[in-house]
Design a protein around this ligand. Sequence first.
Ligand code: ATP
Length: 358
Amino acid sequence: MSSVTFEKATRVFTGQDRPAVNQLDLHVEDGEFLVLVGPSGCGKSTSLRMLAGLEEVDEGRLLIGEQDVTDLPPKARDIAMVFQNYALYPHMTVAENMGFALKIAGTNKSDISKRVAEAAAMLDITEYLERKPKALSGGQRQRVAMGRAIVRSPRVFLMDEPLSNLDAKLRVQTRTQIAQLQRRLGTTTVYVTHDQVEAMTMGDRVAVLKDGVLQQCAAPREMYDRPANLFVAGFLGSPSMNLMELPVVDGGVRFGDSVVPVGRDALADADAKTVTLGVRPENLVVSSTGLQVEVDVVEELGADAYVYGRADVDGTEQTIVARADWRKPPAKGETIHLAPEDPSGLHVFATESGRRLS
Ligand code: ATP
């Protein structure tokens, strides 16, 4: 087990106008589960591949524990990677697949069998050990891929979208199992996904990347409650946070026919006529005053209902989403007023720079 450190790690591909990963500074604690998340092309896989030694580092360096691994070949890094496609050898049995790396490393047969048996028991795949991968379901293959990483007892696990080939239900089950297993083993893990729900539910901390640049790294709750900028605010949360550019008035920002109080410091800091107010759907409630909204769609999800409607936000028509009481949601076509329920749950951003003000 070991910590992982990216120090200004940068990767520039020839022919690209900007680095795929740009001056990445990130420290993953020993035993921590860190999730790298962001939209397609943001540099998640490239970051992971640099750590694995599968991609060159053009600038900066990478450490595992105290050791500088920047120029070490992949084999010498003592890491195990779980890929999206599992990369199992089709001609080998499950047991052979799981034990292969140990065999190459010269581990004796009885040790290999013991470690494979232990990992198989942990993953509940003992009964498949003599099967070939093609005789397994997607979920079982996924576990074999995990098992292959576990038997090596590496310093670090690297996982690149390991659940993306599973159906929705299995993905939910498996994400819990992987998170539990990681905590039981205590192995430092860097996990890549584009799925924000996976990131929020699995990670001790989450690092959000955009265009190769780290936007924020924080515990899931903190990131949800205090996103550092407009990008993170819009990226995490489903349905997304409502982001509205609103005029600054005395004491707050104009919100329909009312004024929403936001911190004076934030507005002084903004030094602008408008700010972007962020309100999560669960913090918007039907009220007698506030923003006037024409209800277009009411989405009833059982425990929750979401209302999607159109509002005139300071002269621009915008879609607004609010969580409604599922027992008595507004009706389609109705005109309602929405107002923030909890002023302390409001987010204020500078519109130009996107930076959080309060
Ligand atoms: P995805 O979720 O789609 O896998 P990602 O966040 O993992 O995306 P990367 O695969 O790291 O993103 O890619 C980051 C950027 O680098 C993208 O613009 C991509 O096109 C580019 N890139 C990745 N690999 C190469 C390569 N071998 N040659 C040139 N450009 C590359």
